[in-house]
Design a protein around this ligand. Structure first.
Ligand code: NDP
Length: 271
């Protein structure tokens, strides 16, 4: 079979996607991959300079003529109602009354056990990791119904398994998994699919932003060799590829799943 006759399983040409947390890590890799696969992207995060760098990188991508599309950056704090309202004004301007794919990726990690946490930390973590997803998904629902589109939430292995010392984060991700299944059932009749990816430790800025210095982060990555069956931490592109699969028509009969992208960590038990 000639190379040109090999079917491309994952193809997002002609699709339009809204990606939150696109200025670094998993969200940034997803935005670049979606542009490479032909999607038009609205990339959302707070840091406008880093979004500008993302747009510049995407503009260098060489694509076949049938992969038309664009990337548009919107600087917004997704925990702020007024920012989200402005974001949806941009969505209407750029995508019209429908768009195909919502990637709820923006998130943060804070450390703290039941002995160390407080309601301020709980609110910060839940506001971004769960309430913002609830709000954005609700606002996006009619657009997705119009397009018979889909949602991919970026949850965590922490949503499926219990790790001490990051209590609010664990609860928020368990909530994301429940939201994924519930909204999948609520929107299935309208042809909208809703899924999650559940990454293990992935090399991004998440842990350093949570307060780890370079030395602690390196030792955390070394430790990840034994906490992940495949013997290493993951890379953001490995999560982005799973997101692209779930968001594509290749996953047309998949909804309500929470897909571990974690080198087997979810399957491990201490012994
Ligand atoms: P990063 O810290 O690299 O990226 C987080 C992204 O979220 C950034 O683009 C950041 O941009 C954005 N963000 C943070 N706060 C807000 C806000 N209030 N409004 C809008 N955007 C915001 O981390 P990751 O790429 O690792 O994280 C992405 C997702 O992956 C998260 O949901 C995380 O929980 C999940 N995850 C990560 C794992 C890991 O090991 N890295 C493991 C499992 C899950 P900006 O600062 O510009 O706003």
């Amino acid at each position: 079979m000639a190379t040109s006759q090999i079917p491309q399983i994952i193809n997002l040409a002609g699709k339009s996607a809204l990606i939150t947390g696109a200025s670094s890590g998993i969200g940034r890799s997803t935005a670049v991959l979606f542009r490479q696969l032909g999607a038009s992207v609205i990339a959302v995060a707070r840091n406008a300079d880093r979004l500008k760098e993302l747009v510049e990188e995407c503009e260098t991508i060489k694509q076949p003529p049938e992969f038309q599309g664009f990337i548009h950056a919107v600087s917004a704090d997704v925990t702020r109602e007024d920012d989200v309202d402005s974001l949806f004004t941009s969505v209407q301007q750029k995508f019209g009354d429908k768009f195909d794919i919502l990637i709820n990726n923006a998130g943060l990690l804070e450390k703290g056990s039941i002995l160390e946490t407080d309601t301020k930390q709980y609110d910060r973590v839940m506001d971004l990791n769960l309430k913002a997803i609830y709000n954005i998904t609700a606002k996006a629902a009619q657009y997705l119904i119009n397009a018979k589109g889909n949602v991919v939430n970026v949850s965590s292995v922490n949503g499926m398994r219990s790790f001490p010392g990051v209590l609010a984060y664990n609860i928020s991700k368990a909530g994301v998994d429940q939201l994924t299944r519930c909204v999948a059932l609520e929107l299935a009749a309208q042809g909208v699919r809703v899924n999650s990816v559940n990454p293990g430790v992935t090399v991004t800025e998440l842990h350093r932003r949570s307060g780890m210095d370079d030395k602690a982060y390196q030792s955390f990555l070394d430790h990840s060799k034994s906490t992940h069956a495949l013997g290493r931490a993951g890379q953001s592109i490995e999560v982005a590829r799973a997101i692209a699969f779930l968001a594509s028509d290749a996953a047309s009969f998949i909804t309500g799943v929470t897909l571990p992208v974690d080198g087997g960590r979810h399957a491990m038990c201490p012994r």
